[in-house]
Design a protein around this ligand. Structure first.
Ligand SMILES: [Zn+2]
Length: 127
């Protein structure tokens, strides 16, 4: 019985992904993440907009995509609440931009042009 090449490739990559995921997110990760959250208990994205929200997820700032070294690099970790992890951060990874504003009205996304005005606000620039 012949199997379509793309189906075999897809099935193999899904199995490989699952194996990598299980290998990375095992007991060692759960213990490391728990320790990290103990040290940094607040959601970083909520904190940036002036909210105090308990974090429950350790997020990889730069997606590791199976890279073992990047996965375990604590400098690449941040504490997030579940809504930020599943919402804003997921959107950032999809679109490359973080939506929302801080209490001062400037965009949360540090790479937004309004955050690159050298201290000037959009109102300073005039119409
Ligand atoms: Zn949050």
């Amino acid at each position: 019985m012949a199997i379509e090449g793309s189906s075999v490739t897809h099935a193999r990559s899904a199995a490989a992904y699952r194996a990598d995921h299980d290998r990375l997110y095992g007991r060692r990760w759960r213990r490391a993440a728990k320790r990290f959250l103990f040290g940094q208990p607040l959601c970083r994205l909520c904190f940036d907009i002036g909210l105090t929200v308990a974090a429950s997820v350790v997020d990889h700032i730069q997606p590791h995509q199976g890279d073992f070294a990047l996965f375990w690099d604590e400098g690449n970790w941040q504490s997030l609440c579940k809504p930020c992890h599943d919402g804003a951060k997921a959107q950032l990874e999809r679109t490359g931009a973080l939506r929302g504003c801080r209490p001062d009205g400037l965009p949360v996304d540090a790479s937004h042009p309004w955050n690159c005005l050298g201290g000037a606000t959009p109102a300073d620039l005039g119409p």
